[in-house]
Write a protein that binds this ligand. Structure first.
Ligand SMILES: C[S@@+](CC[C@H](N)C(=O)[O-])C[C@H]1O[C@@H](n2cnc3c(N)ncnc32)[C@H](O)[C@@H]1O
Length: 314
């Protein structure tokens, strides 16, 4: 019976008393059973195999202090900035259009945020209260070193139980949920800790991505499935969790491939400014096919007040 609990994906401390849990933790971290990788704990929740892999990978990658290795996140090169920030600008524009953007007063939690590239972007846009969170403490060490304006917090996106409901005005993830074994759980955790809005910048399950998009990402010995969102999944996951018809769900879809566009325009014999215009031109041409694009900037605006659905008579 006890062996069933050792499976990393099945261990559940809520079903065990803490004494038993701590002996299981010790055992599980020192042995492998039925070929499963080791289980370990994050707070009171058990890490699944996928999370343990991401943690080991994150700590290894973020231990690389090679000069220039992290410059991509902080560069002031106009082309790189345009390519890197385009999705974030889109998210801010959508919030602004709906009167939900106020950098001077809103607190932001960034999830799966690595060394804090998105955080630097947001403080440069005028946000004054930005917290960068990640599974990897090593990533957060780098973040603090790179930009002292950012707060940091070690969090497992799938279990942010130490963060109270509605703690941050905006909660944003970019290229992070698809590293989780349970991306929808990460998303509903974001919905829980957000007060005003959640922003999800993740792969979109459009026609092209389904046909030729990458299905698996492998980095050293870490692997993750590329979970792609679409309007339907995004809306259903939101309403199932919030139980509200009046939550606004905004899935913006478009094409985004900064590596390819960078490679293409960098080869053109053009001055720097013109290269940025060329990149904008490429994305402009792809705009007509946006709904089948490979990227989604999804936004959920959380309504305040009691849920009408909860008031429905049974
Ligand atoms: C591809 S990086 C993206 C980093 C950042 N958002 C960016 O775009 O530069 C994915 C990040 O997710 C983090 N990560 C993976 N699993 C996580 C989890 N369960 N909870 C929190 N962070 C996680 C990794 O440590 C890594 O820093």
């Amino acid at each position: 019976m006890l062996f069933a609990y050792f499976s990393p994906t099945r261990l559940d401390f809520d079903r065990l008393d803490l004494t038993l849990a701590s002996s299981i933790e010790t055992l599980a971290s020192s042995i492998e059973i039925y070929g499963c990788r080791r289980a370990c704990v994050w707070g009171r929740a058990v890490m699944s195999d996928g999370i343990q892999m991401q943690l080991e990978c994150g700590n290894r990658v973020h231990g690389d202090l090679t000069e220039g290795f992290w410059d991509y996140h902080f560069t002031s090169d106009p082309l790189m900035r345009y390519l890197r920030d385009r999705r974030l600008h889109r998210a801010l524009r959508e919030l602004d259009k709906r009167g939900k953007l106020d950098p001077a007063t809103q607190s932001v939690l960034l999830v799966c945020a690595g060394v804090g590239g998105e955080g630097v972007f947001l403080v440069n846009q005028g946000f004054v209260d930005v917290t960068v969170s990640d599974l990897s403490e090593k990533a957060l060490e780098l973040c603090r070193r790179f930009d002292g304006r950012l707060k940091t917090r070690a969090l497992n996106a799938e279990d942010m139980s130490e963060v109270e409901d509605g703690s941050y005005d905006l909660v944003l993830v970019q290229d992070g949920l698809h590293h989780l074994p349970r991306p929808v759980l990460g998303f509903t955790e974001m919905l829980r800790v957000a007060r005003t809005a959640v922003v999800v910048i993740e792969p979109h399950s459009g026609l092209v991505a389904r046909a030729i998009g990458r299905r698996w990402e492998v980095y050293g010995d870490a692997i993750n499935y590329v979970f792609r969102w679409n309007r339907n999944i995004f809306e259903q996951a939101t309403r199932s969790y919030l139980l509200r018809e009046d939550a606004e769900v905004i899935p913006c879809r478009f094409f985004d491939h900064n590596v390819m566009v960078n490679r293409t325009v960098s080869k053109l014999p053009l001055p720097h400014k013109a290269q940025v215009l060329a990149a904008k031109g490429i994305y402009g041409l792809l705009h007509f096919a946006a709904p089948i694009g490979n990227m989604m900037v999804g936004i959920v605006l959380k309504p305040s007040g009691p849920s009408p659905q909860r008031l429905v008579e049974h």
